[in-house]
Design a protein around this ligand. Structure first.
Ligand code: ATP
Length: 348
């Protein structure tokens, strides 16, 4: 019948938004602009949100299945879209839908990752061709952790963490992440740290980590300068962290530490069986725990390329490795892979 033809809404573009860990974090001092000078080793792993974008007549809207995520202009995904609109002088309407799996306020970078995902998805959808270099200054304006997610993998973060250098050595390992159930205020943790901070010129462990040939042995030298301050800020969590740490160390974690300013605590393992046992023990003790694998930059890129329908040539030494992932609930993961033993360092 004439006039009854409904215009079909375009299918959304769905892209991944992976979580990060800070394998190590050092705070050197307070800068003149009031921010802290950091040295950190970022690492993506295969816990992911999904971000779906679809055009709409006008305005930018966001919905999320997690009620803790704001759905106004303060949502980092919305901020990313608005920054990009301003930058390119386009006021195209956009609908963003976020499926949350990354615990909110867990130091796992969920909001920052969502923002970077929107930037990269819109670069494609709007055919802007800005690429990583073009998106980098916009990402920095949105938040200090956002630029890292333009790269993924194992990377060194300098300055506020927003100066990012992907590392030649990509850490391939198993991770177990326990979420402590409530966020810890990042600002309050830094204030506490400031009271005892001795400014220094350079980092100790991070540069040793970056400069040596890892072969899996360098992970134990890393630590997080924010851990003590975070646990003083949240003494109710300190007792839980103590119990989590005991399990992770008992099961053979090469590194057990806090991510960011909390409140997720994680262990890195070279043996998938140990990681599985650690996760099971944490779950039995009542903790919300995920088990997964680190995502090298190569895997990160390929997961992105798949979501954008881009065909890539495979080139990584980490091809075909990694987990069964049967025990981390709704967690997404970028492809069917087999599990491998050992912390392996993949040179890119
Ligand atoms: P940070 O250490 O930067 O505070 P985080 O990694 O601990 O971040 P996020 O999950 O990014 O934790 O959430 C931090 C805060 O950002 C939350 O309090 C939330 O209200 C806000 N937020 C804004 N946009 C988002 C988003 N898209 N996803 C999650 N949180 C968001």
């Amino acid at each position: 019948m004439v006039g009854s033809v409904k215009r079909r809404r375009p299918a959304p573009l769905v892209v991944p938004s992976f979580a990060k860990l800070n394998l190590g974090l050092e705070v050197l001092g307070v800068r003149q602009d009031g921010y802290h000078e950091l040295r950190t080793i970022f690492q993506t792993f295969d816990l992911r949100d999904d971000v779906a974008i679809r055009p709409r007549p006008s305005g930018v809207t966001v919905t999320c299945d997690d009620p803790d995520v704001p759905t106004d202009g303060s949502n980092l995904a919305v901020r990313a879209a608005v920054e990009l609109q301003r930058f390119v002088g386009l006021a195209r309407g956009l609908e963003i839908r976020i499926t949350k799996r990354i615990p909110v306020g867990g130091g796992l970078g969920g909001g920052s990752s969502n923002a970077a995902s929107v930037l990269m998805a819109l670069d494609r959808a709007w055919r802007l061709r800005l690429g990583t270099a073009g998106l980098y200054p916009l990402a920095r304006r949105i938040g200090a952790d956002v630029p890292f997610f333009l790269f993924g993998g194992t990377a060194l973060g300098l300055a506020r963490g927003d100066e990012v250098y992907p590392l030649r050595h990509q850490v391939l390992a198993h991770v177990v992440v326990a979420h402590l159930g409530r966020p810890v205020s990042t600002a309050a943790v830094f204030r506490r740290l400031d009271e005892r901070l001795t400014p220094r010129e350079n980092s100790t462990t991070i540069f040793r980590f970056v400069s040596r040939d890892l072969e899996g042995r360098a992970l134990p030298i890393l630590s997080n300068d924010l851990e003590q301050a975070a646990l003083e800020e949240a003494p109710d969590l300190a007792e839980q962290v103590g119990r989590i740490r005991v399990v992770l160390v008992r099961e053979g974690a090469l590194l057990a530490t806090l991510s960011g300013s909390g409140s997720s605590y994680f262990g890195v393992f070279d043996d998938p069986k140990r990681a599985r046992r650690a996760r099971a023990a944490l779950a039995a003790a009542g903790f919300r725990a995920f088990r997964g694998q680190t995502l090298s930059q190569d895997r990160y890129r390929r997961a992105w390329a798949r979501s954008l329908g881009v065909v890539t040539r495979t080139r990584g030494a980490d091809q075909g490795r990694s987990g069964q992932h049967g025990d981390h609930g709704r967690q997404g993961h970028p492809g069917g892979r087999r599990e491998a033993e050992g912390v392996r360092i993949h040179r890119v």
